[in-house]
Design a protein around this ligand. Structure first.
Ligand code: EPZ
Length: 465
């Protein structure tokens, strides 16, 4: 298992390019199950999650090949498989995105229920409600969703839940509706740019969909889908992460391949905190715009509420919390999409942040500086927040369980180091923990205990929570 050793305090400078959006690429790869001809996907980031899904699609009869220009070639060579294996699905929740495409194209799907995760419960009741409305027979057996349908029939579907709509649920139901008989309307559909990109991908295969980007979708079923050559939209979450990195380190960073139109809430909130962002090049065709961020000498407090699109994305909530931990005054962060998505609070506190939970919110009392410590990542975006805090902190920080990061950020340390950061990926062992973070340094531990502490440090695996 690896860990990061980060030496903080350097203002980041230079240019960095945003990759294609993970949360668009994953459902789009899954929907390639429905394509009767070859599919080319461009600007697909090389992530652990992408590789996991490619493996799963391989077991479902697709040939998936990465080309050296960041593109993937996908082609269905066998339509008989309908079981998505638990061993692969348990590794990545987004595997649930094969449910709708399998049911639509092959009339049957057996997909392991996704496990929970550190950001809260991840139910799929809305997915199943939508598919049943289209005529699917759904049973839950031995931890699997068993879905079947001789022919899916168009219908009116309402996908609103207690926390708004569902991103992957909209993708699953939309995929099923595309090959259903007749017309389907989906009300309270998710409007996220990744869902729009997913719908545009289906349209490029021959689907008939209206209303993308609005809560009301209208789909006219077609008999078959062909192939396509589709470029994945830029990742607005990664763009936000890089902008916040420039802001927190008081740097001057140029972020290429952004879609400001997908980031209005993010840019608005950043400007509210005093971060200076300018669009220095407009986007054209398939390349995004270029934004320049300069970190202010001081940050202003703000109140952030993570909401469904076009609100502030829940996937940047942790990164904003890291930013606000250095802002003057009291800030409040609330997550109305995943109310329990606060595993990063305790770790930011270890870095010197002053944050405490108050019901559904986190109250942040801004501090003048953060200082390095040993911390532990808990999920993809919390890991990103810890990297940001470590880059701004004085001294060294060790971040353990960085496998979470590799799921959603491609070569993150190389790319940030190209901006002047100092991040080393090393084996997770006591010898690699910088001396100034060692237990026995500067801590008056009675002599007999030092040997014990050192031996414990050597043998103890990072405690799984
Ligand atoms: C997608 O997850 C993203 N993942 C998440 O990004 C993102 O945080 C989330 O959308 C919200 O934007 C992918 O696209 C692969 P939801 P998804 O269904 O689709 C509740 C990341 O870090 N809900 O939109 O699983 C649910 O509990 C990941 O990149 C139901 O109640 O999220 C949550 O409170 C993390 N019933 C809310 O809706 C359902 O059937 C939104 O969930 C489905 C969801």
């Amino acid at each position: 298992m690896d860990m990061f050793v980060v030496r903080g305090g350097t203002p980041l400078q230079g240019r960095i390019r945003v990759s294609g959006a993970k949360n668009a690429a994953l459902p789009i790869m899954a929907a390639s199950i429905m394509a009767d001809d070859a599919v080319t996907l461009r600007d697909v980031p090389d992530l652990v999650d992408v590789r996991t899904l490619a493996s799963l699609l391989g077991t479902l009869g697709l040939l998936v090949e990465r080309q050296d220009d960041q593109s993937l070639q996908l082609e269905v060579i066998d339509n008989s498989a309908t079981v998505a294996d638990y061993e692969l699905v348990r590794r990545m929740r987004a595997s649930i995105c094969v449910l709708g495409p399998l049911l639509a194209r092959r009339g049957r799907a057996c997909v392991s229920l996704p496990g929970g995760c550190n950001i809260g419960d991840r139910p799929i009741d809305l997915h199943l409600k939508g598919l049943e409305a289209l005529g699917a027979d759904i049973r839950i057996e031995r931890g699997y969703v068993m879905a079947s349908a001789k022919r899916l029939r168009g219908n009116r579907v309402f996908l609103g839940g207690s926390f708004g709509s569902t991103v992957t649920g909209t993708c699953n139901v939309l995929a099923a509706a595309v090959l259903a008989d007749g017309v389907t309307t989906i009300e309270s559909a998710a409007c996220e740019p990744e869902v729009v990109d997913f719908g545009n991908f289906l349209r490029s295969l021959g689907a008939k969909i209206d209303g993308l980007g609005t809560p009301f979708l209208r789909i006219e079923g077609v008999r078959r889908l062909g192939g396509t050559d589709h470029t994945i939209i830029p990742d607005r979450i990664e763009a936000a992460t890089f902008l916040i990195a420039g802001a927190m380190t008081r740097g001057d960073v140029t972020v290429e391949n952004c879609c400001p139109g997908h980031m209005s809430a993010i840019l608005d909130k950043l400007k509210e905190t005093g971060v200076e962002i300018t669009e220095i090049e407009a986007g054209s065709g398939s390349t995004g715009a270029t934004l320049r961020v300069r970190g202010p000498q001081s940050l202003k407090q703000a109140e952030c509420s993570a909401l469904p699109y076009p609100g502030l994305p829940t996937d940047v909530q942790a990164q904003f919390m890291a930013l606000l931990s250095l802002a003057d005054g009291i800030s409040v962060v609330t997550d109305k999409v995943f109310p329990d998505r606060f595993m990063h609070v305790a770790e930011l506190v270890r870095l010197g942040a002053r944050i405490h939970r108050e019901g559904p919110s986190a109250i942040i009392n801004g501090v003048g500086r953060l200082s390095g410590a040993c911390v532990m990542a808990s999920d993809l975006r919390a890991s990103a927040a810890l990297v940001l805090a470590a880059l701004a902190a004085e001294g060294d920080t060790v971040i353990r369980r960085i496998y979470h990061l590799d799921r959603g950020y491609e070569q993150i340390e190389q790319r940030l180091n190209s901006l002047g950061a100092s991040i080393r990926r090393v084996e997770d062992c006591a010898e690699n923990v910088p001396a100034n973070l060692q237990l026995t340094q500067g801590v008056s531990v009675p002599a007999p205990h030092i040997a014990v502490a050192a031996s414990v440090a050597k043998t103890a695996a990072p405690q799984e929570r």
